[in-house]
Design a protein around this ligand. Structure first.
Ligand SMILES: NC(=O)c1ccc[n+]([C@@H]2O[C@H](COP(=O)([O-])OP(=O)(O)OC[C@H]3O[C@@H](n4cnc5c(N)ncnc54)[C@H](OP(=O)(O)O)[C@@H]3O)[C@@H](O)[C@H]2O)c1
Length: 262
């Protein structure tokens, strides 16, 4: 029976690039996102190019009922998933107090709760299978506080810390947990989050989603705990260890404020 990699947010950006990198290696895939048409065309293309089985499920992961439905289907179904890539995530920029609560809640449901439930449900299934791998997508943003994108940065700190904790907890069950922490990567996330990409410092030196995915898949093979593509991003991830917290959060806050679309 083939085993599958389940990738959330696989219709574009980093998730799509990860799907392609895994399909290239002959992996059978289950892709999850909200837009059926986008998933359908990605699935057809990957099947044609790489000859692998690519299934997809339409699910708004920020909707707890839809997520429950997906988990029930996966738990009761016969498909064995031995790689979970928790990639789907959204950003939100601007003043925390000025945001509609519904937007804050959607970010937390998707970036925090859905990825945690998927780790819980599929983590248990992997233990029953005798092993597996989980790759959670956090961010460089997970290493420090980020005023004017406070919930996004905090959600990524949660992903990073949860993943590191689970890595130790799951070790004895043969389930490995790795965390991908990309720096700024060219994708639709900036427009979605209300950020003017062209105003970002170093925007021309951003990595592509394909570069991030290739680096991630190779590091996953080596069972790296924390995967940070790009030497600039690796350097930046060290700043919280050397700079005073107050200095760093004010600096990051100024940078975030400067790129918010008005
Ligand atoms: N781009 C960066 O600079 C960067 C840097 C660090 C970390 N990251 C992280 O990388 C991950 C992917 O980001 P990206 O840049 O590739 O973003 P992206 O291009 O906007 O792609 C996001 C993906 O998530 C899906 N998605 C969004 N909301 C969803 C929902 N409620 N339920 C199910 N799927 C949903 C989207 O498809 P649908 O719209 O069809 O649902 C899409 O496939 C995120 O976790 C992000 O935080 C990105």
């Amino acid at each position: 029976m083939p085993r599958y990699a389940l990738i959330t947010g696989a219709s574009r950006g980093i998730g799509l690039a990860l799907a392609e990198a895994l399909a290239r290696r002959g992996r059978s895939l289950i892709l999850v996102a909200r837009q059926r048409d986008a998933l359908d065309s990605v699935a057809c293309e990957l099947t044609q190019r790489f000859g692998v089985e690519v299934l997809f499920r339409v699910c708004d992961l920020s909707n707890p009922l839809q997520l429950t439905g997906l988990l029930l289907e996966l738990e009761q179904g016969e498909r064995q998933i031995d790689l979970l890539v928790n990639n789907a995530g959204i950003g939100l920029s601007g003043s925390f107090l000025a945001h509609e609560w519904a937007d804050e809640q959607q970010l937390l449901e998707l970036n925090v709760l859905a990825m945690t439930r998927l780790c819980h449900s599929l983590g248990n299934s992997m233990v029953a299978l005798g092993g597996g791998k989980i790759l959670n997508v956090a961010s460089l943003a997970g290493f420090q506080a980020g005023p004017w994108m406070s919930s996004y940065f905090a959600s990524k700190a949660y992903v990073l810390h949860l993943s590191e904790g689970l890595r130790e907890e799951f070790r004895d069950y043969g389930v490995t947990v790795s965390t991908l922490c990309p720096g700024p990567t060219r994708s639709a996330l900036y427009r979605q989050a209300g950020i003017a990409e062209q105003r970002m410092r170093d925007s021309k030196r951003m990595l592509s989603a394909e570069e991030v995915a290739l680096y991630a898949v190779r590091a996953l093979d080596k069972n790296r705990a924390i995967i940070i593509p790009g030497w600039r991003t690796r350097l930046l991830s060290l700043l919280p260890r050397v700079l005073p917290r107050a200095l760093l959060r004010r600096r990051v806050g100024r940078m975030n404020k400067a790129v918010i679309q008005r």
